[in-house]
Ligand binder design. Structure first.
Ligand SMILES: [Zn+2]
Length: 277
């Protein structure tokens, strides 16, 4: 296969706003509620194009919107782990605290979906020094939060040592596949306007700008990285707005217009990497 496209959706819903953002305003919370509208639109689009996708779901989203999450699974899409309340693992005070979040998310997802996820994506893409060890302990097959490659899966490591007065020390590779991501191929920073006391993320890009970037990444991979995996990260509450859904639809048509392009779940692409394909 010349190229693999993995459409991934982080279904944060309300958890993003009441968790790391600390929101109590019904207005901010309602932005997360819109995620369920986005999910309905995305599921219709994926069904029309017969494309399997991966949804990383927080435990809080599964507990709050079990019907939406079950609809995703019932449509044949993959469900991955994405924390409980969108906790940034780096901000958790200990390995035990991170373990508790991991377990809580597993309980919620298994309760709603009836299946244990094999993939993990850390909220905010921030792994702690313990994250990989914990994922191995809980039997995950892949994770998707690092940026050491763009279109080529690779093996995660444990035991890196940071030296500031000499070369960086890389730890050994472990039995966990990294499906790399990048902020370029993420809808949130491009589109989502967020104003907080200490930070303003302007967002609100025109789709034409994002389309140019997302197509450019694909064009380069298609030409120069044969067999590459193009992983797009989107959020139902962001991409679910009308003009952006049209962008996603145009992109799907664009990818489909190339010979030898397949759409798979991230889990399937990780297993293909394990098989050496
Ligand atoms: Zn998220």
């Amino acid at each position: 296969m010349r190229a693999t496209v993995c459409l991934t959706f982080d279904f944060d819903a309300i958890s993003l706003w009441i968790g790391p953002m600390g929101a109590t305003s019904p207005s901010m919370i309602s932005r997360g509620e819109f995620g369920t509208v986005g999910v309905e639109r995305i599921l219709r689009l994926l069904a029309r194009h017969d494309i399997p996708a991966t949804f990383f779901v927080t435990g809080h989203t599964a507990d709050t919107y079990p019907d939406s999450v079950r609809a995703i699974a019932a449509a044949g899409h993959e469900i991955g782990h994405h924390g409980y309340l969108h906790e940034n693992p780096v901000a958790l005070e200990s390995k035990d605290a991170e373990r508790a979040v991991l377990e809580r998310g597993l309980v919620a997802l298994e309760g709603v979906v009836g299946q244990r996820p094999t993939g993990y994506r850390s909220p905010a893409w921030d792994n702690s020094p313990h994250t990989i060890e914990l994922l191995l302990e809980y039997g995950f097959r892949y994770e998707s939060s690092l940026m050491g490659q763009d279109f080529t899966p690779y093996w995660c490591r444990v035991g890196d040592v940071i030296h500031r007065d000499g070369p960086y020390e890389f730890g050994p590779s472990v039995d966990l596949v990294e499906m790399p991501v990048s902020w370029i191929l993420d809808d949130f920073p491009h589109f989502e306007y967020v104003s907080r006391p200490n930070r303003v993320s302007p967002g609100l890009s025109a789709p034409s700008k994002v389309e140019e970037i997302w197509r450019g990444e694909f064009d380069y991979m298609y030409r120069d990285v044969p067999g590459g995996v193009y992983t797009l990260t989107m959020h139902p509450q962001v991409i679910g707005r009308g003009h952006r859904m049209l962008l996603l639809e145009r992109l799907i048509d664009y990818f489909k217009g190339h010979e030898g392009v397949q759409f798979t779940t991230l889990g399937a692409a990780a297993e293909a990497f394990r098989r050496g394909e």
